[in-house]
Design a binder for this molecule. Structure first.
Ligand SMILES: Nc1nc2c(ncn2[C@@H]2O[C@H](COP(=O)(O)OP(=O)(O)OP(=O)(O)O)[C@@H](O)[C@H]2O)c(=O)[nH]1
Ligand SMILES: [Mg+2]
Length: 333
């Protein structure tokens, strides 16, 4: 059988129910895993190697095609430039999930920050799943397109398939088949070519797995609480040395040394935060710890969870699962 799932791109097969791509009838267009995700919200995690992702990038690099590089504004990578190691194509940098960042932040300030990271692009745009700037994105695609094919790349879960679904819904007459989307990593498993019209094919790709993300180590229930669904309401805490913040029993930040400081948390509204004295606190102290001397106006990022905007310099210790990456950067907002 040489048929591929219209939801995730996996090769379909009717031989083994335990292997990916299984279908019960040759008439099915989507695999069992996509069917269950779409109809029952039942997620089956498939672990993908990043080697496949990199091979796809190399293939794209051999074409002249325009690339949409999708970045999740809430989970800005430590280094968004990594993709340039593999592809030199013309690119539109698409900053997604605007809807969950506070509305009070101006788009131009977001772009100014991204520009300070030195990423080279043909164009840049801020979008979200509610079609914010979708018309403008289509105009920009038309302007920069070099061939019929336009590839969509980026980390897993950044919303690549969601954006393509919105383009299908709003711009395609010939094609109404929707891609599978889900809050779990590695939903899309293979390249999928979608004909939007006679002049445009959009090609969805599987995302690069971020092994340092907290989303890789939590249960599906917790994952749903960590991923913000609504506009984040930043939470500010006045902190003195000797005080500790605990984020939903997932991460702990001790303020060891420094003047009175202000920590603003940009995390899902569904996560609980506690402030307590470090001296009496034994919560999470068996987790891996990392010490940071933060400078004036820096963020502490906990990959997948969000970030803490810190106003003044000081010494912190962060406790979080050893597989979760943490780093500091200049204030994003
Ligand atoms: N709040 C918000 N959520 C979004 C947005 N775009 C996508 N999502 C959510 O992010 C999750 C991942 O979306 P997908 O479209 O499956 O992401 P993907 O990049 O295709 O992921 P892979 O196929 O795993 O590489 C889903 O739960 C989406 O509903 C957005 O603009 N805002
Ligand atoms: Mg996808």
């Amino acid at each position: 059988m040489n048929k591929y799932c219209k939801g995730c791109g996996i090769k379909l097969q009717d031989q083994n129910i335990l292997l990916p791509g299984y279908i019960t009838s040759l008439d099915n267009n989507i695999c069992k895993r996509c069917f269950r995700m779409r109809n029952y919200g039942e997620y089956q995690l498939i672990t993908k190697s990043n080697e496949e992702f990199i091979n796809i990038l190399k293939e794209i690099n051999n074409t002249r095609a325009l690339v949409l590089y999708i970045v999740d504004l809430l989970n800005l990578d430590k280094d968004i430039n990594y993709i340039r190691e593999y592809i030199k194509n013309k690119m539109i940098l698409v900053l997604n999930k605007r809807d969950v960042l506070p509305l009070s932040i101006k788009d131009e300030n977001i772009i100014k920050y991204i520009d300070s990271l030195g990423f080279e692009y043909q164009d840049i745009i801020i979008v979200d799943k509610k079609n914010y700037n979708l018309d403008l994105l289509m105009k920009k695609i038309k302007k920069h397109q070099t061939t019929k094919d336009v590839y969509v790349v980026g980390h897993t879960n950044t919303g690549k398939s969601t954006i393509i679904n919105n383009i299908i819904k709003n711009y395609s007459n010939s094609n109404k088949e929707q891609l599978t989307i889900s809050p779990l990593p590695s939903t899309t498993l293979n390249k999928i070519t979608i004909k939007i019209n006679d002049d445009l094919n959009i090609i969805d790709t599987p995302g690069l797995v971020d092994s340092g993300s907290i989303l890789q180590i939590v249960t599906t229930n917790l994952l749903k609480r960590i991923i913000p669904k609504k506009e984040i309401k930043p939470r500010t805490y006045q902190i003195r040395k000797g005080q500790t913040l605990i984020i939903n029993d997932l991460a702990r930040i001790d303020y060891i040394e420094g003047d009175k400081n202000s920590f603003t948390l940009y995390i899902s509204n569904d996560l609980k935060v506690k402030k307590m004295n470090t001296r009496n606190c034994h919560i999470l102290d068996d987790l891996a710890s990392k010490s940071y001397q933060v400078l004036f106006h820096e963020d502490l990022v906990i990959n997948g969870l969000g970030w803490i905007k810190i106003v003044d310099k000081g010494h912190l210790i962060v406790y979080v699962d050893k597989n979760v990456e943490t780093f500091t950067r200049g204030n994003f907002i």
